[in-house]
Write a protein that binds this ligand. Structure first.
Ligand SMILES: Cc1cc2nc3c(=O)[nH]c(=O)nc-3n(C[C@H](O)[C@H](O)[C@H](O)COP(=O)(O)O)c2cc1C
Length: 331
């Protein structure tokens, strides 16, 4: 069992690094071999949308470190991804990597069969200012076919301040163990060593402003209560508190599970169809092969019609501005 930790913060010995290291220590204690990558040290370019990794299955032409990173991630049986929250959600490096996910599109079923597991650690400064942190880190894990066994939300602004939060280190440790061992049949087994209080098993945050959410079951198989400990409504499959409401239903935009919305309130959340939600291997492959792959032929069929319509926008090239070349005087 190999568990790879991904640290999305550039701060040396910052909160994310500390909690990811603690989770890896838990995984190692449970028998896993562990390794870590600091994502901000990698050379990562934005996806340029060429689609050749999908249409031709060619290696990405950008020539940055993402193919190397994906190789390391594919070798791993477990992923622990941690990121600081910058402006309400995970730092941009997480999205830069997630944007390259189509490179792995042809592997989703194979990866899904391996039964990989993941855990997310979302660190932010202030409660109420991290609405997208855990949700987007869970998207990362779902897309990489390492569905979260749990996730942890920590609140600590200064580097290392997480260490002052009672019980937090133990929770990160327990979360890492869970990635290595898989969910135990007995939820009480989640209790951190020497700790009196069992881990929370519903999305949300701990008492007295302390961090934590540790799920205990595979999101493909469970339904939890949609109410967090704070009484916030969240998706019972992936924990996303961001939900879309309308047309008689509530939909989770992260994993696409749904519940009916009637006069009596919200019904039970159900994944759409027997194959699971949008990130499960079969729906994910069908999306890529059935829809994404098909965009090429559909585009080619209407390209001649689009060409003259685009011309008007070619005339507007003079509007671009860009910074002066490095070293030149900008005054
Ligand atoms: C640019 C920037 C934006 C931030 N935005 C938020 C935010 O929207 N919400 C929040 O709660 N904390 C925010 N923070 C605080 C960090 O999430 C917090 O300091 C965290 O502990 C950093 O983790 P690290 O030590 O692993 O880098 C922000 C910090 C920075 C530097």
């Amino acid at each position: 069992m190999k568990v790879l930790g991904l640290v999305g913060s550039a701060r040396r010995l910052g909160n994310t690094e500390i909690l990811v290291k603690e989770a890896l220590a838990g995984a190692q204690e449970a028998g896993a071999s562990v390794a870590m990558v600091r994502l901000t040290d990698l050379h990562i370019l934005p996806c340029d949308g060429c689609m050749s990794c999908v249409f031709s299955r060619r290696p990405c032409r950008l020539g940055d470190d993402v193919p190397w990173l994906f190789e390391r991630m594919l070798e791993a049986d477990g992923l622990v991804v941690g990121a600081p929250t910058y402006v309400l959600g995970p730092a941009g490096v997480i999205k830069m990597i997630l944007d390259r996910y189509l490179m792995l599109g042809h592997l989703v079923e194979e990866l899904g069969r391996r039964g990989r597991r993941g855990a997310a650690i979302s660190v932010s400064g202030l409660r109420g200012w991290n609405p997208f942190g855990a949700s987007l880190l869970n998207v990362f894990l779902l897309a990489m076919q390492a569905p979260p066994v749990g996730w942890l939300e920590a609140y600590a602004p200064g580097p290392g301040e997480v260490l002052l939060e009672e019980g937090l280190v133990e929770r990160a440790h327990a979360l890492g163990r869970l990635v290595a061992t898989g969910p135990p049949p007995d939820p009480s087994a989640l209790q951190p060593e020497g700790g009196a209080r069992p881990e929370q098993c519903t999305p949300g945050v701990g008492e007295e402003g302390r961090a934590a959410t540790v799920g205990r079951e595979n999101p493909r198989e469970r339904t939890r209560s949609p109410l967090t400990d704070e009484g916030v409504f969240a998706c019972p499959f992936c924990g996303s508190p961001v939900l879309r409401v309308g047309r008689g239903e509530v939909e989770c935009p992260v994993c696409s599970s749904r519940a009916l919305l009637g006069a009596e309130g919200v019904g039970e959340f159900r994944p759409p169809g027997p194959l699971g939600h949008r990130w499960d291997p079969v729906p994910a492959r069908e999306h890529i092969e059935g829809w994404v792959m098909g965009t090429r032929d559909r585009y080619l069929a209407c390209r001649d019609a689009i060409r003259p319509l685009r011309e008007r926008y070619r005339q507007l090239e003079g509007w671009w501005i860009s910074p002066p070349p490095t070293g030149s005087d900008s005054t």
